[in-house]
Design a protein around this ligand. Structure first.
Ligand SMILES: [Zn+2]
Length: 474
């Protein structure tokens, strides 16, 4: 712990008057200065409009050197602690907090915080060779490769990310209004805005975004409503990506009755370690990192790739469930992820082949052969998932698909509409049941479906039986 001085003595009073807004979306403003050639990131950022959290940390990339943290209202520099126990899965970050009272302990969270910090990172230009490269590159890496700068918003914490220790909630999706200065950049892009040509950009979003940032020597192509950054696709691939993206959007718009206004942006980036390749999504950006045969222009043709279609569809599905409708409570992933996956399987069935769809279902059933999920109605906490991955991405979408098969298309999309729009303070299991009840308008039918899929120990078996009935034996 750092030594506490005068301003902190008044802080116990301030704690009582600190922010009280519930579930507000943080807003980030300020200036980011980047040097592609020096590998530096200089930030002067102010974070405000976050919820009051008693036990919190503010995560920042561990490569950032702190100049100061400053309370904006009232205005004073803040002494800070750095957690020695906070650890993200990939360990890129430090967790900071502001001690409230040296004697009584506790933490102080001002109404708005100004952060000034600088990071300097290796510039790895010879990644095609095996010389002075790094041993690893990964999603949360802050990567300078001599021509571009890349940083994600989920793991790297290049910007301050508030973290609620008790609920484990990360506030990494922010509204923002940022000025970016990068004298050696040709293009500057922050997730969710239009890429800007030139060394300066003012980027603003009223939609909360994960702040994936990509800047430098970037070629931008806009084709059929999608953006492609350094994708280097030939006309055939470009048409294929564009058409697939439009087909997915069209499917959603025709069923959900709400158009997707986001521009999907495909990003190709070169890694700073040879033989490393992976893809990740920061909606509405889809990022591929890899050389040669792992580059976007060589491996991924949506015409032949069900996985790609399903992945893009899942992420676009989060435009509805996760963006327009933000679920609360621990039940959230059963709705958020389960419904996005349900939508993605529907898209796969609609715009690809029936066999591809059946294979995707069969893979899910196979993965759950030793899984005994509790039914939705009998969960009392997220502990009940046992295996979160299997529960929300495998079990939940199969339950939704089985109900879809039982109630038909019209009632299913009415149900989705209710899930999207029905007013609710708590979006828990009761909310899910209420939306289905409203869509059906038939309490007896609801009771039957509830008993079979929401409240039965055999919910998974019932869903599998409905989706894939065993052939009748004579
Ligand atoms: Zn998802």
């Amino acid at each position: 712990m750092r030594k506490l001085t005068a301003p902190l003595l008044a802080l116990s009073v301030l704690v009582a008057t600190a922010v009280t807004a519930q579930d507000s979306i943080p807003y980030l403003t300020g200036k980011v200065t980047i040097s592609i050639h020096q590998g530096t990131l200089d930030c002067d950022l102010t974070l405000k409009n976050y919820p009051h959290i008693g036990d919190y940390l503010i995560r920042l990339n561990s490569g950032m050197n702190i100049r100061y943290f400053r309370s904006v209202q009232p205005d004073f520099k803040i002494y800070y602690d750095r957690s020695l126990t906070d650890s993200t899965a990939t360990d890129e970050t430090n967790g900071y907090s502001f001690p409230a009272d040296p004697k009584q302990g506790g933490k102080f969270l001002p109404q708005a915080i100004r952060f000034r910090y600088t990071g300097k990172y290796p510039v790895i230009t010879d990644t095609a060779l095996s010389g002075e490269v790094s041993v690893d590159d990964w999603r949360g890496n802050i990567a300078f490769n001599g021509t571009t700068f890349r940083a994600d918003g989920l793991q790297s914490c290049w910007y301050p990310v508030l973290y609620n220790i008790k609920t484990k909630q990360r506030y990494d999706h922010l509204k923002y209004d940022l000025e970016v200065d990068c004298p050696d950049c040709k293009v500057i892009y922050i997730n969710g805005t239009t890429p800007v040509s030139g060394p300066h950009a003012r980027l603003h979003s009223d939609v909360p975004r994960e702040l994936f940032i990509y800047a430098g020597d970037i070629m931008v192509v806009n084709s059929g409503g999608s953006n492609f950054l350094n994708a280097d696709l030939d006309q055939t691939h470009l048409r294929s990506f564009t058409k697939t993206t439009e087909d997915i959007k069209h499917f959603y718009e025709s069923r959900m009755k709400v158009p997707i206004t986001d521009t999907v942006t495909y990003v190709q980036a070169n890694p700073t370690a040879p033989n490393h390749a992976w893809a990740f999504i920061a909606f509405p950006s889809i990022i591929n990192v890899g050389f040669g045969k792992y580059a976007l222009n060589s491996y991924a043709d949506p015409r032949e790739n069900d996985w790609l279609v399903q992945t893009v569809s899942h992420e676009l599905g989060h435009y509805y469930f996760g963006t327009l409708r933000r679920f609360t409570t621990w039940f959230e992933p059963v709705l958020n992820e389960g419904l996005a996956e349900f939508l993605a399987l529907n898209v796969l069935h609609s715009i690809r082949t029936d066999s591809g769809y059946q294979k995707a279902i069969a893979r899910k059933i196979k993965a759950m052969k030793d899984f005994k999920p509790l039914p939705f109605a009998r969960l009392t906490s997220s502990q009940g998932f046992h295996d979160r991955e299997l529960y929300v991405y495998y079990f939940a979408p199969l339950v939704y698909l089985a109900i879809q098969k039982e109630i038909g298309e019209k009632a299913t999309w009415e149900w989705m509409h209710q899930l999207l729009t029905m007013p609710a303070d708590r979006t828990d299991y009761g909310f899910l049941e209420a939306t289905l009840g409203k869509a059906l308008g038939d309490p007896a039918r609801l009771a039957t479906l509830k008993a079979k899929y929401f409240d039965s120990d055999e919910a998974l078996g019932n869903a599998i039986q409905t989706l894939n009935p065993a052939p009748k034996t004579p």
